[in-house]
Design a protein around this ligand. Structure first.
Ligand SMILES: Cc1cc2nc3c(=O)[nH]c(=O)nc-3n(C[C@H](O)[C@H](O)[C@H](O)COP(=O)(O)OP(=O)(O)OC[C@H]3O[C@@H](n4cnc5c(N)ncnc54)[C@H](O)[C@@H]3O)c2cc1C
Ligand code: FES
Length: 257
């Protein structure tokens, strides 16, 4: 894990409170793997304040650029959104257990809201293309799907209010695809309810389902136990894992909800 002072190179606003931040962070970009995250200290907050975790949206070891896609939800992200280009940002990373990159079947990526962020990095590194299933409350939560389509991925969208794609939950188009082509491997990032539903489908279909958990974090480095999740080991014992360093990616069968 690297402690690097990154520089904000550009800020790209997306819909309603979402934006993409491009950082110069060559040391972290060189090591980053899909599914890992960075822990960012927002300099305009009091130094005693906690860092905030964000998935790595993209990383280029050649240019040294690192991208995060985030939503403004509270104090830390409000302060982050107010920082101009040229600000130095203390960043720890890359942290955590990444997604595996050798799917046994067609990769089905399932994202909700900013959960699409690690899935883009994953899509760009997987050896084969598949389908992105993306869900949100409304059309404004459906982010960056053009990039997946341009890269040759099929995209299926569901919104709860029907303002984009089919009306309802993202599990509906996923169920249809699983009924059609069950030889898939699932990769998901989003709210717990969605992850749990995806995990249940992976187990029922007898396929792998990799879930990236979104837990409140404090230290981000395995020391404080703020982020624990009960998991079941291969020997059947239930133990507490730290999502920051033992995850954030777990296989569906490991998680005890
Ligand atoms: C491994 C990991 C990867 C993440 N990746 C991204 C990402 O790529 N893009 C992104 O926008 N966000 C991501 N998050 C969530 C992000 O860390 C939080 O939204 C952020 O820390 C909120 O900080 P804040 O100070 O603005 O909000 P706070 O003032 O701390 O909280 C504001 C509101 O947000 C809620 N909140 C705080 N932390 C989380 C969280 N971890 N998950 C859900 N709700 C939370 C609080 O309950 C509260 O309702 C990720 C979280 C984890 C654990
Ligand atoms: S956030 Fe401290 S142990 Fe995970």
């Amino acid at each position: 894990m690297i402690d690097e002072t990154a520089l904000i190179l550009s800020i790209r606003p997306l819909a309603q409170g979402y934006q993409v931040l491009t950082l110069a962070a060559p040391a972290i970009a060189a090591e980053a793997k899909p599914g890992q995250f960075v822990h960012v200290r927002v300099p305009s907050l009091d130094a005693a304040r906690l860092r905030r975790p964000f998935s790595i949206y993209d990383a280029d070891p050649v240019t040294g650029r690192l991208h995060i896609l985030y939503k403004t939800v509270g104090l830390g992200t409000r302060h982050l959104a107010a920082l101009p280009v040229g600000t130095e940002l203390p960043v720890l990373g890359p942290i955590g257990r990444p997604f595996p990159l050798n799917p046994e079947g067609i990769p089905y990526l399932i994202g909700g809201g900013y959960g699409v962020a690690p899935l883009w990095f994953l899509a760009s590194r997987l050896p084969r293309k598949g389908i992105l299933f993306v869900g949100g409350r409304t059309a404004a939560d459906i982010l960056e799907t053009d990039r997946f389509e341009e890269a040759g991925w099929e995209v299926r969208i569901a919104t709860q209010d029907g303002s984009r794609g089919t009306m309802g939950l993202v599990t509906a188009p996923l169920d249809a695809a699983l009924a059609d082509k069950p030889q898939a491997e699932l990769y998901a990032c989003g709210p717990d309810g969605m992850l749990r539903a995806v995990g249940e489908r992976a187990i029922a279909a007898g396929i792998k389902g990799w879930l990236s958990l979104d837990k409140h974090m404090v230290c981000g480095v395995g020391a404080c136990l703020a982020c624990v999740q009960k998991i079941r080991r291969e020997d059947g014992a239930d133990v507490l894992a730290r999502v920051c360093v033992d995850g954030p990616v777990f296989e569906s069968r490991e998680i005890v909800w």
